[in-house]
Design a protein. Structure first.
Length: 132
């Protein structure tokens, strides 16, 4: 085994890797919770208007992906193998659904801006006055 020293004390490589994994899990949980918070705030802000559907879909997708990440983190602390497998499948399905929401939200946003750009490129028709 390779030794990855993370502390000044004398520990085994497995203990040091477990400490690194714990730090990464805590940081990942913090990022997931912050993403969850801001996605919820965004979904509340975009209640109506032209950007509502696309950003609400993106926000719901990020909420689901954040929940999936928290499920995967919960999987690292479970003791039973059966529960670990259940959490793995639940997290994977939640992440998949979140990814779909983000994908469709981004597609709606793209279409909105693409259509807007097309409208700006159209020549403006000049009106001719009909004299009678």
């Amino acid at each position: 085994l390779y030794r990855i020293p993370l502390s000044k004390g004398v520990g085994t490589a497995v203990e040091d890797i477990d400490a690194l994994r714990m730090i990464i899990n805590i940081a990942s949980a913090a990022v997931s919770l912050l993403s969850l918070y801001y996605a919820l705030r965004l979904s509340i802000i975009f209640r109506s208007g032209i950007l509502q559907k696309s950003w609400r879909g993106i926000a719901i997708g990020i909420i689901l992906v954040s929940i999936a990440n928290l499920i995967f983190l919960a999987r690292t602390i479970t003791i039973s193998e059966g529960m670990s497998q259940v959490l793995l499948y639940a997290g994977a399905m939640t992440a998949f659904m979140g990814g779909l929401f983000v994908l469709f939200g981004l597609r709606k946003e793209y279409r909105l801006w693409h259509d807007f750009a097309k409208e700006k490129e159209k020549p403006v028709a000049t009106e001719q006055k009909v004299q009678s």
